[in-house]
Design a protein around this ligand. Structure first.
Ligand code: SAM
Length: 267
């Protein structure tokens, strides 16, 4: 039974996913391009969200390649002639059979309590020479994420509210079974699985109110509203942050994403 703390079907689900797309697709696609040969590749995208990376992959692999995208909720994933979309609960069901030349998953492994057994299962599905890329928010970046470069002049106290909210958000994800530290262990786990060429790259860019980072943050804030209130973060404080996230004078230092890649040795 899935335990994901958020829900793509929520009224704020589409904004949450498109915020991630706007924040990170450029970086994720550059990481994929530099670590994999995509023409003719068989690719798997896990926890595909709105399918933006899967769709990009479907173009990149060309007519001889294929892409499989899986998620608990596939309703946001558009169709493409080279894209196979499957509804799959990765907590209950094994990943699709390989072999795959590329496996990519962004902001999903952290949420899956079976992550330590799922990662080797994914590595088993890599073809010789195939690459896996796992990306998640970097836990060492929590203070950066909680820091504002600039806060709106009115109302007073937005920077302090934001700092408190970001730490509480971390706690709420932890209470739902997310492990933000997992990404820091992925390099060692990939080496234990016999992969080579293991690299970790962390990327971050500041963003302002009204930009994709703020759509993502606001959608998370709105989805967490009832639980925030239960944890003593008042409804009115949520409203203040929701408004601030639309204000171009709100400027976040950003939320670093850590991207870890490894390659199965060629046969
Ligand atoms: C934070 S979103 C990331 C979406 C996308 N990878 C991105 O970065 O834009 C997490 C995704 O993982 C999916 N997910 C969560 N638990 C899952 C599970 N047990 N099995 C499959 N997908 C799951 C969610 O439905 C959601 O689409």
């Amino acid at each position: 039974m899935a335990n994901y703390a958020l829900d793509n079907a929520n009224a704020h689900g589409a904004a949450h996913l498109s915020g991630l797309t706007g924040l990170f697709d450029e970086f994720s696609c550059a990481r994929i391009t530099e670590s994999s040969r995509l023409r003719g590749a068989r690719a798997l995208e896990i926890g595909a969200g709105n399918g933006s990376v899967a769709l990009w992959l479907a173009d990149q692999v060309g007519p001889d390649g294929s892409v499989t995208a899986v998620d608990l909720d596939v309703s946001h994933i558009p169709s493409h002639e080279r894209l196979t979309v499957s509804r799959l609960d990765l907590l209950e069901q094994p990943p699709p059979d390989g072999p795959f030349d590329l496996i990519h998953g962004r902001c999903v492994m952290t949420h899956l309590p079976n992550r330590a057994t799922l990662l080797p299962a994914l590595c088993e599905r890599l073809a010789p020479g195939g690459t896996i890329i796992i990306e998640d928010f970097d836990p060492f970046g929590l203070e950066r994420a909680a820091h504002l470069l600039r806060a709106p002049a009115e109302p007073a106290g937005v920077a302090e509210l934001w700092h408190r909210y970001v730490h509480l958000r971390q706690q709420l994800f932890r209470e739902s079974g997310s492990d933000r530290g997992f990404i820091t262990r992925v390099p060692e786990l990939l080496l234990q699985d016999g992969l080579g060429d293991v690299q970790a790259v962390t990327w971050c860019r500041s963003w302002r109110g009204g930009e994709p980072g703020s759509w993502h943050a606001r959608a998370t804030l709105q989805q967490f509203r009832p639980r925030l209130v239960e944890h003593g973060f008042p409804d009115e404080a949520v409203d203040v942050l929701v408004r601030a996230l639309d204000d171009p004078d709100f400027s976040s230092a950003g939320r670093p994403l850590c991207s870890v890649s490894g390659r199965r040795p060629p046969a």
